[in-house]
Design a protein around this ligand. Structure first.
Ligand code: BJW
Ligand code: ZN
Length: 247
């Protein structure tokens, strides 16, 4: 792929599709997706939580367990290797599953929080991990309910993470949008911002998305497969250069 080497400023945006090969269900599309069974308004909004906190807490407990048992897949692993291999590499994720970090990525911009963290609905204090080990909603010392530290619909994204992602997208030379339907904003704007500012835009997704018509290159195949093939290509290219060592 053009630019996937050397000193090109490379930015990757990942979505749920990157974790699909680890057995983590995506949100949209397919009968196994999370919202084929539940509505986002019911489960991923403050109104939904207030209306039925136990249902929402149980849904997150179920997902946290499923995610905890999942293993990073070759897609996560290649992205971790790219961070070490490329000198200007930024990984931005909408995923809350921690699988990038477990694969070895060190700098991950998390736009939608992390399912392994919780916080108090009332005072915002983080809750200790021991609070998760129950199907009952734990209470903070202030008396407030504990909720997952993820970004629900209608909530602001963490300011520092969003700003860092916008700055990175705006100066990217290569931007890769991987495994996201690009339907949820403001994350969905990032590939468009990058393209508008002159980045070479690559999409990896099983399906056509609203990003596809803007992309310079589109791979309609599982992200683990495409990323593994790209990594093999980098290794071949590097080995053919003199005095270059690849791991
Ligand atoms: C594969 C694959 C394989 C499968 N290989 N590919 C502008 C316009 C319109 C609306 C808005 C707007 N700005 C804001 C809004 C409102 C709203 C929004 O975007 N709504 C849209 C649905 C229309 N946004 C918000 O509310 C955001 N907050 C905000 O903007 O605050 C300011 C504000 C407030 C109020 C009004 C206006 C402004 C917050 C968004 C929070 C999103 N939260 C969730 C839940 C997180 C917690 C949890 O996990 O429970 O984040 S929703 C869910 O969607 C989750 C994801 O991160 C996010 C994106 O999904 P993603 O990753 O793209 O997954 P999928 O399932 O959609 O797609 C998977 C893709 O993978 C598919 O394309 C497959 O084909 C592909 N695939 N296998 C490659 N092996
Ligand atoms: Zn509290």
């Amino acid at each position: 792929m053009k630019l996937l080497r050397d000193n090109a400023r490379t930015v990757v945006l990942t979505g749920a599709g990157v974790s699909a090969e680890s057995g983590v269900p995506t949100f949209r599309g397919g009968s196994d997706s999370l919202w084929a069974k539940f509505s986002p308004e019911e489960l991923a909004s403050i109104d939904g939580f207030m209306a039925n906190p136990t249902l929402v807490w149980e849904w997150y407990s179920w997902r946290r367990k499923l995610i905890g048992e999942a293993q990073p897949n070759p897609g996560h692993e290649v992205l971790a290797k790219l961070e070490k291999h490329l000198s200007k590499f930024t990984l931005v994720t909408q995923n809350v599953d921690n699988l990038h970090q477990r694969a070895g990525s060190e700098q991950v911009i998390e736009l939608h929080g992390n399912i392994h963290k919780n916080k108090c609905l009332r005072c915002g204090r983080p809750a200790p991990e021991s609070a998760f080990a129950t199907d009952q909603i734990p209470k903070c010392s202030c008396g407030g309910m504990i909720r997952p530290d993820v970004v629900w619909f209608g909530e602001l994204l963490p300011e520092a993470a969003l700003n860092a992602a916008i700055v990175a997208a705006g100066s990217a030379e290569l931007f890769m949008s991987i495994g996201t339907s690009a339907l949820v904003f403001p994350a969905a704007d990032l590939p468009v911002i990058a393209k508008r500012r002159g980045a070479y835009l690559v999409e990896i997704n099983l399906e056509e998305t609203r990003i596809s018509p803007h992309a310079d290159e589109v791979f309609h195949a599982p992200s683990g497969e495409v990323l593994s093939a790209l990594w093999d290509q980098i290794r071949v290219d590097d080995k053919s250069r003199p005095n270059t060592v690849v791991d």
